[in-house]
Design a protein. Structure first.
Length: 140
């Protein structure tokens, strides 16, 4: 199934000036937020190989990964807010913490306009997602 076979589009945006390990870390954390918000409908069945061994289920729809500058990430967040679309976020300060509680405190300490965003993720209807993602490049 392709992206257009679903009512929603699932996208991750990572900042273009991050190290590879940071991009992967940010993408993984952001997808966990989208998965938690989307609930059971977004999760498929367990995988089972020919020997009967079970593996964890995955998301049922493709994840589109984009890259953007700091400014374009801010614009995407603002567009999502104007459309009342929830987003998962990751800020630069979160690289320096080791616990979820500390991550939330790091975000809480900074005003919205001052957040040093390094990643966003969203799951939204196609029209809204396309408007939010307009002008962004797919990650190579």
């Amino acid at each position: 199934m392709g992206v257009t076979d679903f009512d929603t589009k699932l996208a991750v945006i990572v900042r273009d000036d991050l190290a590879v390990w940071q991009r992967l870390n940010v993408a993984a954390f952001l997808v966990s937020g989208i998965t938690a918000q989307a609930g059971a409908e977004a999760i498929g069945e367990d995988y089972v190989d020919a020997d009967g061994r079970r593996y964890l289920p995955l998301l049922v729809q493709p994840v589109l990964v984009f890259e953007a500058s700091a400014g374009k990430l801010r614009t995407a967040r603002e567009r999502a807010e104007r459309r009342a679309m929830p987003v998962a976020l990751y800020t630069r300060e979160m690289f320096d913490t080791g616990r979820d509680e500390d991550n939330r405190a790091a975000v809480r300490a900074v005003a919205t306009a001052e957040l040093d965003l390094v990643g966003l993720a969203l799951r939204a209807p196609h029209r809204d997602a396309d408007a939010i993602l307009r002008g962004l490049k797919r990650h190579p």
